[in-house]
Ligand binder design. Sequence first.
Ligand SMILES: Nc1ncnc2c1ncn2[C@@H]1O[C@H](COP(=O)(O)OP(=O)(O)O)[C@@H](O)[C@H]1O
Ligand SMILES: [Mg+2]
Length: 421
Amino acid sequence: MSQNPFFIGQPVPPKHFVGRKADIATAFDQIYHRSNLAVWGSSGMGKSSLLEQLISPEVWEQKGQDISKAVIVLFSCLSISPFSSTSFWQEVLSLLRDEVDNDSTLQAQIDKFLEQGQATKDSLRRILRQLGKQGKFLLLLVDDYDAALVPNGQYTETDIENFLNECRNLAYHCRERQYLSMIVTSSRRLSEIGPPLKPGGSPWYNHYLFEQLKPFTDAEMKALLGSTMTPGLQKGVREIASGNPALLQIAGYLLYQGAKSGVGAKHLGDNSSVEPKVYSPNASPSGSLEVPETFAKDFESAARHYFQDIWSFSNELEQTLLILIALSNLKGRLHNQRYDLSGIEIIFSQKERELTYLEERGVINCTVEEGKKRYSFTSSIMERWVVQELSNSDDASLEKRKKVLLNLIIFLVTTASSQQI
Ligand SMILES: Nc1ncnc2c1ncn2[C@@H]1O[C@H](COP(=O)(O)OP(=O)(O)O)[C@@H](O)[C@H]1O
Ligand SMILES: [Mg+2]
């Protein structure tokens, strides 16, 4: 039997990487100019996979760039636990040392820094100068940069500011910046998760070009699913998985697996024998796949940690808006209780900025019906998950949520009365 062509649980290998042409072109422009890039996007949107692309010699060749000039270091800040700036510079220097294994002089210099406890940005600056003399540069690919922006027991808010200033100094102010290109990834825009800019303070993120990894376009989805699925099934998968590549891969994986073992026949509502490579489900009246409960459950369980991540990277207000969207689509009915959701449009109209941001991140969709904006989840299963989370919440978290809702209502009342004045 043929191998499952879908990937779960790891960045997709370059051979199976789909789309993202513009993002890759942007990354190579920045690399070419020895400039910096901050890529951001929800969990599962493909940040780590994109970085894997940037270390592939074939991709460099396709882009007409000379990989032999680059010394590439790739790591995730999540691998440094607990995070500290010293451990960060240590990690950069150690990995860089491994990459220059044909240069014993440079290796000896790095060893000296590491042994003498001098793993600092200034040591790296000296190494950059050496690389520059050899006509080379460092491509520093730092995944999950969020971890560098949250304090821990040994890493205070001040340490964060100092660390970010060190990075800016290296990548923007010092002469050796011409031998460095830094690409970082994070779940949200850096300006939202890092320390706010202080008047007169250094703008710690202004040297990055920002690039958001958006949900897959229709063409990208077709490229991923088209060789194994009929158009009807692709449409059905899109409804449950939205354009999030990780969710699409999970749905594809489960369907392929199911079709191979025969369970797919049940998933697809088709009792005939299933050809392992091409799915042909019974289409619903809308032309898309009706997802049976068994498949929905398997999918939800495999995708749960992505939903959890998207949820926990949302702030309290965004979470509350997501709950309101889920409830409004249930027409206020949840576990035999009815919630009065009249006036919800007013809340939505006052919070358009947050809703647009959720839309940009691919979590929700906005459509206009009879002149009114209607919000819905891009993944119907995520919507279901949110409702379940709500009904499983303990009293303390429900109380916390009520407070956010109350604040929203107070905000509305205040805005309404100030408009009357
Ligand atoms: N461009 C892509 N082509 C195909 N699959 C992708 C692509 N980007 C991501 N994926 C899929 O999504 C999953 C999550 O990708 P990953 O790079 O780990 O996302 P992130 O780092 O943003 O959380 C991968 O396991 C892979 O299956
Ligand atoms: Mg990742």
